[in-house]
Write a new protein. Structure first.
Length: 137
């Protein structure tokens, strides 16, 4: 399904011109137009899924396989020193476009970016309670 009002649906499906570095049946990989660093790429499924919660598992798996290919390409061509995968869900987490996308962000020594979080210091009891609530198997 496509969403007629979604800009990433239009970009991913070639209705709006963009700087695409890869395309296949399921995905388009484009350059972010407000890049954190040189080579910052976005992996976009061609179908509309608002976020990770809506993304089918097989598409999620394909997106991660593609991220690995893009990472290797960025390393080989851009000679980055490191790389972040970032994927935002919900406004509070920084999502600004409600069409699932995976950021592949090459990192360079002294690139001036800060993509990491500030660690907090929960006590053992809090961690144990959260762990018990989250147990999945
Ligand atoms: P989010 O904040 O939702 O995780 O990321 C959205 C990203 O999409 C931002 O990094 C922003 O620069 C990028 N972006 C937004 N609109 C466009 C567009 O029209 N073209 C391209 N290439 N990137 C876009
Ligand atoms: Zn869309």
């Amino acid at each position: 399904m496509k969403d007629e009002k979604c800009i990433f649906c239009k970009i991913a499906n070639g209705e709006i011109p963009t700087n695409s570095i890869y395309e296949d049946e399921d995905f388009n990989v484009i350059l972010d137009n407000g890049p954190a660093t040189a080579g910052h790429a976005l992996i976009l499924p061609k179908e509309h899924y608002a976020n990770l919660y809506e993304l089918p598992e097989d598409t999620a798996a394909k997106a991660m396989k593609l991220a690995k290919k893009v990472a290797l390409r960025l390393k080989a061509v851009m000679h980055c020193d490191g790389l972040n995968l970032v994927q935002n869900n919900g406004e509070v987490a920084g999502q600004t476009v409600n069409h699932f996308h995976l950021h592949v962000i090459p990192r360079y020594e002294n690139d001036g970016q800060t993509i990491l979080w500030k660690p907090t210091e929960p006590d053992d009891a809090q961690l144990r309670e959260i762990c018990a609530n989250l147990k999945m198997n």
